[in-house]
Design a protein around this ligand. Structure first.
Ligand SMILES: Cc1cc2nc3c(=O)[nH]c(=O)nc-3n(C[C@H](O)[C@H](O)[C@H](O)COP(=O)(O)O)c2cc1C
Length: 260
């Protein structure tokens, strides 16, 4: 059966994020994947109210969904997204970080926390991979929280990020088409996604530039000198706090984490 790869963007119609995503998805399709693409701007998405009904129920071992289910398109998108082998996110940078359309979408994923849904048998376990593309009009300095912000939203649905691309200096719609190197890099991300899904989950590894970012774990530059996490840490929490953990010395990592 063909691998399923979904592209999710939040940029302008025929803008840079859409074009780079299509280039990556084309590589996946050429490698035999069944691909789909959506633009979050075509959907009705409302903000998480912070009611925490979902997490309160989870703490009692129950799944009640989100209190906003049925009031917008989030659940419909999540049902499709969680049925994929890989997802590529391509999001414009606004004010140094991912555009709010994407963040609204991502923050509503709390009720879809895959590790919980799998534990109670609501969904089957699936080792999904992700590729991230951030697109901005300026340089790395003006997109300093873009990929980092996207990556921070990956742990709720337990996506393993295998490649990230920062598209810089493309302010005008479709300007990325003038940058052959950038287009080739987007295509390579698609190829990396296909390489990753065809690799046994335990052997999947980072396929982007080895020297990307200061952190050898998450390849981010957002290293924060944080405190040690509390004792009895749940595995999801370890992944979720990778940015903080990664600022600790190697001896602070468990053997399991060193293999990630
Ligand atoms: C409100 C707003 C804020 C922006 N902030 C940034 C920024 O902080 N850094 C940057 O590099 N580009 C910024 N841009 C430029 C967009 O990221 C750029 O135009 C990009 O190509 C948009 O992607 P799209 O073509 O997929 O819509 C901003 C654009 C808008 C509209």
């Amino acid at each position: 059966m063909a691998y399923k790869v979904m592209g999710i963007t939040a940029g302008r119609k025929n803008g840079n994020s859409e074009i780079l995503l299509k280039e990556a998805l084309t590589a996946c399709e050429e490698a035999g994947a069944e691909v789909t693409m959506i633009n979050l701007r075509d959907f009705h998405l409302v903000d998480c109210t912070g009611c925490t009904a979902c997490t309160k129920a989870m703490s009692q071992g129950k799944y009640i969904g989100c209190t906003l289910d049925g009031k917008d398109d989030k659940k419909k998108i999540m049902d499709a997204m969680l049925n994929q082998d890989a997802v590529i996110f391509s999001v414009p940078t606004y004010d140094l970080m991912p555009a709010s359309v994407y963040l609204t979408f991502a923050h509503r994923s709390l009720s879809c926390e895959t590790s919980f849904l799998e534990t109670i048998g609501a969904i089957e376990h699936r080792d999904r991979v992700a590729g991230l593309i951030s697109v901005g009009g300026s340089t790395r300095a003006w997109q300093s929280m873009a990929l980092e912000g996207l990556q921070a939203t990956m742990f709720t649905t337990d996506m393993k990020v295998v490649d990230m691309v920062l598209a810089t200096r493309v302010p005008a719609p479709a300007q990325c088409l003038l940058d052959d190197q950038l287009m080739a890099r987007a295509r390579a991300l698609g190829e990396h996604i296909m390489q990753a899904v065809a690799t046994p989950a335990a052997e999947r590894r980072w396929l982007g530039e080895e020297d990307m970012g200061w952190c050898p774990n998450c390849h981010s530059n957002a290293l924060v000198l944080g405190e040690k996490q509390w004792d009895g840490l749940h595995e999801k929490d370890v992944q979720g706090h990778r940015l903080i953990k990664s600022s600790l010395s190697q001896s602070d990592f468990t053997g399991k984490e060193q293999t990630k």
